[in-house]
Design a protein around this ligand. Structure first.
Ligand code: COA
Length: 181
């Protein structure tokens, strides 16, 4: 899908206390496949995709789009962050929310150390500077406790819960703009 936002892309690598966020390169393909093939990572995302299918379909340079960051710790990629145009397929407040949707995937060995919070906060700061006032939305399963805690730490607040894909989903927004009723 064409990106209608005016993001200056790619930005210079974003450095935090422990991490670097940068645009993806060909050398990141193996980690992108690992994230999608991991049963642990995809527990609340519809389950893992077959590795053979990923090897066939993931582009030579994965994630080549504005808002797709790989996250490095000491030179090794530990996860990805996506800030994609929000494409609501549904009705009501989710459709009206518009904005940009945040997603995050980190390798299980990198969980529990605050890396996702640190990286997402930096990506959101960068985004707020690029498109001031643009709301950022987030979907996650309510059963995904780590993701729910991360969303709260990042300042997302609940707009609604709904059932989809056989589970309760959480839809939140992070902005100074009140979401439409
Ligand atoms: C969702 C996900 C990114 C959360 O990862 P995470 O590592 O739990 O998140 P954080 O970076 O916020 O780390 C928080 C933990 O680090 C701990 N921590 C340790 N050192 C820390 C530090 N220096 N600073 C901050 N927190 C620290 C915190 O206490 C917290 O522990 P707790 O979970 O036991 O409370 C990760 O579970 C994941 O990739 N899941 C699979 C993908 C997914 O489901 N994505 C959601 C759909 S978009």
């Amino acid at each position: 899908m064409a990106d209608s936002r005016s993001l200056a892309w790619p930005p210079a690598p974003i450095k935090t206390a422990r991490l670097v966020l940068r645009e993806s390169e060909a050398r990141d393909r193996a980690v992108v496949i690992e994230l999608d093939a991991s049963p642990e990572v995809s527990t609340y995302l519809g389950g893992p995709r077959p590795r053979a299918e990923l090897e066939r379909t993931v582009p030579e340079v994965p994630g080549q789009r504005p808002g797709f960051f790989v996250v490095e710790l000491d030179g090794a990629v530990i996860g990805t962050i996506q800030l994609d145009p929000h494409a609501p397929e549904l009705s009501g407040s989710r459709r009206k929310a518009g904005g940009t949707e945040l997603g995050y995937l980190f390798l299980p060995e990198a969980w529990g150390r605050g890396y996702a919070t640190e990286a997402c906060a930096a990506a959101l700061d960068w985004f707020a500077g690029e498109l001031p006032g643009e709301p950022v939305v987030l979907y996650t399963q309510t059963a995904n406790a780590r993701s729910m805690r991360l969303a709260a730490k990042l300042g997302f607040t609940e707009v609604e819960r709904f059932q989809a894909y056989g589970a309760e989903q959480w839809f939140g927004v992070r902005s100074s703009v009140t979401p439409p009723a």
